[in-house]
Ligand binder design. Structure first.
Ligand code: UDP
Length: 405
């Protein structure tokens, strides 16, 4: 099948760990590779954000990344990209109308890609599948006036949900949110993200440990909603352990980064600065070493559409203490592969981490079950198989072409 992935801001080629680069980049990269591995022909359309980028890049057998000239050829925050989506869809239509490669299905990632995808897809009579990755309603609920999303986001997300041929939700929690938005359950299929089980595995090199200290690892962009401040506060209840945070600015720039500084200052105020270390961004291929070096991985965001990092830890055979939000309530099984705690609750988090670090038998049980669960339910091959069935189902429905103004 010829599959067009649209990921307007998240290129699979992007360096991960920056402000706007994270799980979606990984998701699109791994999913495209898995689909190509199953014999499909995948093109990923992403915005050209630098003059130096070639129009297309071969990103492995069966995967081509197409840089779409829409908006200035420079980095633009994703919340400012909406005005360029009409241009984006015009480029898609132009390429698919006149080129020698026409997709059989369009899979859009994020709502703005959904807009570009549905506009182009409806003109050419192509089926369109949408994965939101994040929902504006949830973001607004948690971030309030700090949410910089374009004002029409939620309205567009609702309209897209009612228009696309299928919504691929990533978790049961997302399904509940979408139903609350007035979108029919019938429109949705749940297909979780996966984890690369060849890369993320228990055996292999581990990052060096500090002698005599248990290690708590947490991974992600240093934005407030990832909850690192709650973990740093929780460290007061976990004596003798160290907390290592991976992600955020490049390693050499941690001390100058305002978000990193805020966390380090908080560690100072809490009297745990000698046990909190910010590593900065780590290349994707080095991530397994960090997970393997940990006794427990803590992922306690305030909200999380899916959350790849808990799954990556589980695939490395490391127990996860996660907040009971979003996709984490599907991946982490409370009391079996790890512990679920309420978000924004450093007291409960601290007590839960301490209990787990004090109990080697429980840790071993969680680690074994976590590895088993990741391997059984969350391979990218499985995700690709489930999506292929979705693509086949929407592709089997004939739809008329129509001009969209
Ligand atoms: N990541 C990475 N290097 C870093 C920090 C994060 O490669 O320094 C990766 C991490 O392994 C995961 C992704 O970035 O694959 C983060 O995805 P997640 O879904 O946890 O969070 P998001 O950033 O999408 O909110």
């Amino acid at each position: 099948m010829r599959i067009a992935m649209i990921s307007e801001h998240a290129s699979p080629l992007a360096v991960l760990g920056g402000e706007d680069a994270g799980g979606q980049n990984t998701h699109v990269a791994e999913l495209s590779t898995a689909l190509a591995g199953a014999g499909h022909d995948v093109r990923v359309y992403t915005r050209r954000d630098s003059l130096g980028l070639p129009p297309t890049v071969r990103a492995g057998a069966g995967v081509t990344v197409v840089h779409v000239p829409a908006g200035p050829p420079e980095p633009v925050p994703k919340d400012s990209l909406l005005p360029y989506m009409p241009e984006f869809s015009r480029v898609l239509v132009g390429q698919w109308q006149t080129g020698d490669w026409v997709p059989e299905v369009v899979h859009a990632h994020f709502w703005m890609s959904g807009l570009a995808g549905i506009t182009a897809g409806r003109q050419l009579g192509l089926p369109v599948v949408l994965t939101y990755h994040a929902l504006g309603t949830v973001k607004r609920r948690h971030q309030g006036s700090q949410d910089t999303s374009p004002a029409p986001r939620v309205g567009y997300e609702r309209a897209l949900g009612r228009t696309v041929d299928r919504i691929v939700a990533q978790s049961q929690d997302e399904v509940r949110e979408l139903v609350r938005m007035g979108i029919s359950r019938e429109q949705m299929t749940v297909v979780p993200s996966g984890v690369n089980l060849a890369t993320f595995a228990p055996l292999g090199p581990a990052a060096p440990r500090t002698e005599g200290r248990a290690r708590i690892l947490s991974v992600g962009r240093l934005v407030e909603r990832k909850g690192f401040q709650d973990l740093i506060r929780a460290m007061r209840l976990v004596p003798d352990a160290e907390c290592v945070i991976v992600g955020g600015p490049p390693a050499g720039l941690v001390d100058d980064d305002p978000q990193a500084r805020r966390l380090l200052d908080l560690a100072g105020e809490c009297g745990v600065d000698d046990r909190v270390r910010l590593v900065g961004a780590v290349p994707r291929e080095e991530m397994p070493q960090w997970y393997r070096s940990a006794d427990v991985v803590v992922a306690t965001p305030w909200y999380e559409p899916f959350g790849l990092t808990p799954l990556e830890a589980m695939a490395c055979g490391v127990p996860v203490i996660g907040s009971a939000v979003g996709g984490i309530t599907d991946t982490v099984v409370d009391g079996v592969t790890g512990d679920l705690v309420p978000p924004r609750d450093p007291q409960t988090l601290g007590r839960t981490v301490r209990r787990l670090l004090d109990d080697r038998i429980r840790r071993f049980g969680y680690a074994t079950a976590a590895l088993e669960r990741a391997r059984q339910h969350y391979s990218w091959q499985r995700t690709a198989e489930q999506l292929t069935a979705v693509y086949a189902a929407v592709g089997a429905v004939r739809r008329p072409t129509r001009a969209v103004a």
